[in-house]
Every structure is written in C-alpha cells, then in structure tokens.
Design a protein around this ligand. Structure first.
Ligand SMILES: Cc1cc2nc3c(=O)[nH]c(=O)nc-3n(C[C@H](O)[C@H](O)[C@H](O)COP(=O)(O)OP(=O)(O)OC[C@H]3O[C@@H](n4cnc5c(N)ncnc54)[C@H](O)[C@@H]3O)c2cc1C
Ligand code: FES
Length: 275
C-alpha cells in the first residue's frame, strides 16, 4: 500500500533485546534491528509497533523514539511506555528474544534550536521519551548546558528516574502532583518562572490539557515553541485520516504525517477539540 504522496511504509523486523520495568506500569524496551537501512530518527519521530501477530488487536500502536544507537549495519531503538490498555498490556508480557516489527521512524520531529539558545524541554508523563531523545541529541552536539528539562508526573512511583541521570549538564527539575517527589504541583508550575528570557526555545510533549495550558502561558511572549500532539492513530503513515487535527490556516492535517510536532503558531483552540 502507498500513501497519497507515494511513500511505501515497510515493516522493519526487530528482536526485543531488553525489557525492564522502570516505574509503576512503566517499561523500557530495546528493539534490536539486525539490518538498519534508514536514517537516524529525529527527536520527536515515532514508530508504529505491532503488538500482536494476529488480529487482536489489529492496529499497531505509536511510541516516541526515546533512544537510538547504530552499530554498523544494525541498530537499537528504545521506547518507554506506560501500560494503559490492551496493546500495552500485551507488550508488558514480552520477553527478550521475542520477534517484533514496526513501521518507522514516522512523522515530523522537532527542529533543533539555534546554537547558543536557551532550550526548555517540558514533559508530562509519557511525553518524556521524545524529549529524552532531544536531550540526548543536544548533549551529543556538546550543547547540554543550553538545556533545561522539566518533567511532571502525578506521583513518585510513576516517575522515570533512571534516564534523567544520563545527561550531564542538562538541568533537570521534577514535579509531582501529590508532592511525593520534587516540587509539588504541575509541570506548568515549574515552567512559569522560566518564561521571561527572550530567545528561549520550548519543546513540549504530554497530555493535551498540558499542551493547551503551556500554549496559553507562552502566547504573546514571542518565544519559539514546538509541541508534539497526541492523537489516536490507526495507520500512522497518512492513509486513514483518523488522526486529523485542525491547524491554523490549513484546515485538518494528519498528526502522523504533518506532525506529531507542530510550531506554536500552527495551533489554535480548535486544535485541541473539546478538552
Ligand atoms: C505520536 C505518539 C507517540 C506516543 N509515544 C508514546 C510513548 O513514547 N510512550 C507511551 O507510553 N505512550 C505513547 N503514546 C501513547 C500510546 O500510543 C498509547 O498509550 C497506546 O497506543 C495505548 O495502546 P493500548 O492498546 O494499550 O490502549 P487502548 O486499549 O487503545 O486505550 C487505552 C487508553 O489509552 C488511551 N489512549 C490510547 N491511545 C492513545 C493516544 N494515542 N493518545 C492518548 N491516549 C491514548 C485511550 O483513550 C484509553 O483511555 C504515543 C502516542 C502518539 C500518538
Ligand atoms: S493515523 Fe492514519 S492518517 Fe494518521
């Protein structure tokens, strides 16, 4: 099957090489790909992982690429996911050695900020993985000291601690809604006092209400912001239109193809539906 713009999505064969519990209901999975023919995924891109060999569930599930390492012909893709329903429930039972397959990397990722700019990564819950990829990319470019990572969850047990220690130089601040770890409150509370500096670039990923709130805080300040949107995805590569959202001046566009990352000025109130 081809997409309307002629791209043929092909499944990539992989093997689960690591699978560990990294928080309550939170898993990290490394997928080894024996033959990697594509480019390195951009931070913000995602894969559509087949969660069943059969028809139940039929549809693959989208996960942001949290990490990527290439070793000659082969590569390892890392995802971090929370168990929320049938598909992720099945994935949680996978053991190393299991064969897997996915489409991707897919979608439009984040555009890197100009060198020397102040970069704030704002992550809510499992919005964290693509921002870890961003922190990793900027660290690899020797730009860790430009980066501040703000990470919010509802409580301590749901936080992913492990990864946050691996980016020396990145200023990391955590909050929980119940105050059980880090600052008590929402990630927007961590962000509010940091919005004054001109030339700040924001990268935001998390639940839609959080994205909407951050967009409201940033409005009128002249700060550059890129947002990774959530949508239920069926195909993940542009043919079903199931993931369409309203974008300023363009009408409905597909989150899986034209996104999931959008610039702040592309979003309107209507981009968030009824929330
Ligand atoms: C571009 C993109 C990247 C994503 N990256 C990650 C990631 O890195 N880690 C991660 O844990 N999750 C990520 N998600 C969400 C993840 O795809 C869903 O949690 C997963 O598909 C749920 O599958 P399920 O079969 O377990 O749940 P289902 O049985 O299909 O649904 C269970 C519950 O999860 C909610 N849900 C399902 N899909 C989504 C979705 N796309 N957005 C919001 N809520 C959803 C449903 O509304 C329902 O309440 C991403 C989603 C998108 C669109
Ligand atoms: S999920 Fe099918 S077009 Fe986006």
């Amino acid at each position: 099957m081809c997409t309307p713009d002629g791209i043929k999505p092909a499944l990539t064969a992989a093997v689960v090489s690591q699978h560990e519990l990294v928080g309550t209901g939170l898993w990290r999975m490394a997928l080894s790909v024996p033959t990697w023919s594509g480019k390195e995924p951009e931070p913000g891109q995602f894969i559509m992982l087949r969660v069943s060999e059969g028809f139940e569930p039929l549809l693959a599930r989208p996960f942001g690429v949290a990490g990527f390492e290439r070793n000659g012909e082969s590569a390892v893709i890392e995802i971090i996911y929370r168990v929320v329903g049938r598909g992720t429930g099945l994935m949680a039972r996978w053991v190393p050695g299991r064969e897997a397959s996915f489409l991707g990397p897919l979608g439009r990722g984040f555009t890197l900020p100009p060198e020397g700019s102040r970069t704030i990564l704002v992550a809510g819950g499992v919005g964290l993985p693509p921002l870890l990829a961003m922190a990793r990319r900027l660290s690899a470019l020797g730009r860790a000291r430009e980066v501040t990572l703000l990470y919010g969850e509802s409580s301590r047990d749901r936080l992913l601690h492990l990864e946050l220690r691996t980016f020396p130089g990145v200023g990391t601040f955590t909050c929980t809604e119940d105050g059980s770890c880090g600052t008590a409150g929402l990630v927007t509370d961590l962000l509010a006092p940091r919005l004054d500096e001109k030339g700040t670039h924001l990268f935001v990923c998390g639940p839609s209400p959080m994205i909407k709130a951050v967009r409201g805080m940033v409005a009128g300040r002249g700060l550059a912001a890129q947002y990774s949107l959530e949508a239920r995805m069926a195909c993940g590569f542009g043919v079903c239109s199931g993931c369409a959202v309203m974008i300023a001046g363009r009408g409905y566009v597909r989150v899986c193809r034209e996104g999931p990352v959008f610039d702040g000025d592309e979003l309107t109130e209507e981009s968030f539906g009824d929330i």
